[in-house]
Ligand binder design. Structure first.
Ligand SMILES: CC(C)(COP(=O)(O)OP(=O)(O)OC[C@H]1O[C@@H](n2cnc3c(N)ncnc32)[C@H](O)[C@@H]1OP(=O)(O)O)[C@@H](O)C(=O)NCCC(=O)NCCSC(=O)CC(=O)O
Length: 393
């Protein structure tokens, strides 16, 4: 019995076997022009004070551009998306019910191609989004679009917000390590269409930060088949909730769509608690006598906002450049909620490849850490290792 139980487990730690990302082709907006465009299309140019404030906020985000599914044509067809006093959830849900899985499909097809095995070899699917409001949901639709087998085990993570990608990867690790031969597709797809609205005193920061994107990751543990290459080994994963901070980050579904709440204290709260979350993850990997120097690691941090990255850099005394992959993703795409961490992993992988031939890139250390934050405040932390030897990418 004992032997047959151990035969059911994968060999060793789970690993990331492929990563891909996608963005919608609808609209790309430069952050410099965002306030002008947003106030024009929402017919709000008369709200001069709010517009000036949005310009001040946009200038401080560290973002250069963002991608959106939303277009002016969609807004012309749905004036209720601008006026939050009008009910609009049904119309928003109709659009995202098709478009969110479709965006996930673009990323997943690329990840499956990189992985090199047929989609029918996927045994588990974990889909994370803040846009799902029906059942059956985006997970089933993605499974159909990709032609996954009917026995694929599906899980949907709904409204986990920005820690959705981290949570999905954590679950994928546990599934892969506990089910021999499992190959888990993690798909995170986020679209701001569900929370778009005309400017008011409470939603400017969300409008300045969030963008649309999808990430897909294939996760599996040993034995690996010929052609499978581990990109990041997933050594340990923990979740830490900061007590009594429910008020600080949240999402609420209403007749007018999804409302985000981002308290001004979020960067400070994360700064005060990040080290404990890291120690929890490293103790889980190395035991109580953990010895780790933060600057000896590579870093994949969810770029929730520029001051969050600044605060983490400050409290952990990180060398400049340690959060470069996170800052790059924030600059190029904004905060894509749960999908963002997949973009950061992809960027790190790119830097890892380039370091061989490009001396401008710092050599990545062998050990690193992935962190994602969201409502709770919840911190998902994972200790990663870049494999050495012939599989190194
Ligand atoms: C908004 C910022 C770009 C502003 O940058 P700075 O803080 O450096 O600049 P600043 O102090 O001069 O602030 C500029 C103006 O923004 C206002 N301001 C700052 N933070 C605010 C907040 N959370 N809510 C409302 N207003 C805010 C300030 O009062 C100020 O207004 P005035 O100019 O009128 O004085 C930044 O604070 C930021 O990126 N904050 C978001 C961090 C965050 O919460 N991220 C989590 C995202 S959610 C996530 O990732 C997880 C999830 O949702 O699941």
């Amino acid at each position: 019995m004992h032997e047959s139980r151990s035969m059911q487990h994968g060999d060793g730690h789970a690993a990331v076997l492929a990563i891909a990302t996608a963005n919608p082709s609808g609209t790309i907006l430069s952050q410099d022009e965002f306030a002008d465009q947003f106030f024009r299309i929402s017919k709000s140019d008369h709200l001069i004070g709010l517009k000036e404030k949005l310009i001040r906020i946009c200038n401080k985000t560290g973002i250069e551009k963002r991608h959106f599914h939303m277009t002016e044509e969609i807004l012309r067809a749905h004036p209720e998306f601008v006026d939050r006093a009008l009910p609009s959830l049904d119309a928003r849900s109709d659009i995202v019910a098709t478009e969110v899985p479709k965006l996930a499909e673009f990323a997943s097809v690329k990840a499956i191609a990189e992985w090199g095995r047929p989609a029918t070899d996927i045994t588990h699917l974990i889909f994370s989004t803040y846009s799902a409001s029906g059942a059956p949901s985006a997970d089933l639709q993605l499974a159909s679009l990709l032609g996954l087998r009917p026995s694929v085990c599906r899980t949907i993570l709904s409204l986990h917000g920005c820690y959705g990608g981290g949570r999905a990867l954590h679950l994928a690790k546990e599934l892969a390590e506990n089910n021999r031969g499992a190959r888990v597709l993690v798909a995170c797809s986020e679209m701001t269409l569900v929370c778009f609205g005309g400017p008011d005193g409470s939603n400017l920061v969300g409008h300045a930060l969030f963008g649309d994107g999808a990430g897909a990751v294939i996760v599996g543990a040993g034995p690996l088949t010929a052609g499978e290459r581990p990109l990041f080994e997933m050594l340990s994963a923990t979740q830490t909730t900061i007590p009594e901070t429910e008020y600080a980050l949240g999402m609420q579904v209403s007749a007018a769509g999804l409302d985000f709440h981002l308290a001004i204290q979020v960067p400070m709260l994360l700064g005060q608690n990040v080290e404990q979350a890291l120690l929890n993850a490293f103790r889980s990997a190395q035991g109580d006598d953990v010895e780790v120097t933060w600057n000896d690691l590579f870093w994949a941090v969810h770029p929730g906002g520029r001051p969050i990255l600044d605060k983490i850099e400050e409290v952990l005394k990180l060398e400049p450049g340690k959060l470069a992959a996170s800052r790059h993703v924030l600059r190029e795409y904004g905060n894509m909620s749960g999908a963002t961490i997949v973009f950061v992993l992809d960027e790190l992988r790119r830097r890892c490849r380039e370091e061989k031939g490009d001396h401008d890139h710092q050599q990545l250390p062998e050990l690193g850490v992935m962190m994602a934050f969201g409502p709770g405040i919840t911190i998902e932390t994972m200790v990663l290792r870049i494999p050495s030897g012939p599989n190194k990418n």
